[in-house]
Design a protein around this ligand. Sequence first.
Ligand SMILES: [Zn+2]
Length: 145
Amino acid sequence: MTVPPLPRALAERPRDATYDVPVPFACGDDALGAPLKRRVLQCALSRVCGLCGRSLSWGVTFVGSPAEGEAGAFLFPPSHRECAEAALLLYPRLGVPVLGQDAPLAEWAVLVTGGFELVRPASRQGDMRVRFTANSVSERRTVAV
Ligand SMILES: [Zn+2]
């Protein structure tokens, strides 16, 4: 499969040595893996893209599981639309959990929103991950990979 050229800022990210793909900003600078909490918070508070790490403009895109799409609440930080489109061509085909997921997905939700809020875990028990809730959804679709 041919992957179209990546957005430059994403292409310039450090590469994962195993899969030869750019490491998403939210996952650190070393290897493809689960998002790092400090990077996730940085994305939220500084409004930078979870994929390329550059500033977001108005309107952001979330990608996640169909359940996350329906709930409008995501584990992976917001990104540029171009970065999100590129990510869905790049990462799911690796067959490993990516973009904040616990398992590989066959179908992804894509949601575009004008705004989002960061939701911290309510208690110190259970899932301690922060989530992003979309509050002004302008587009919602699912993509099979
Ligand atoms: Zn980006």
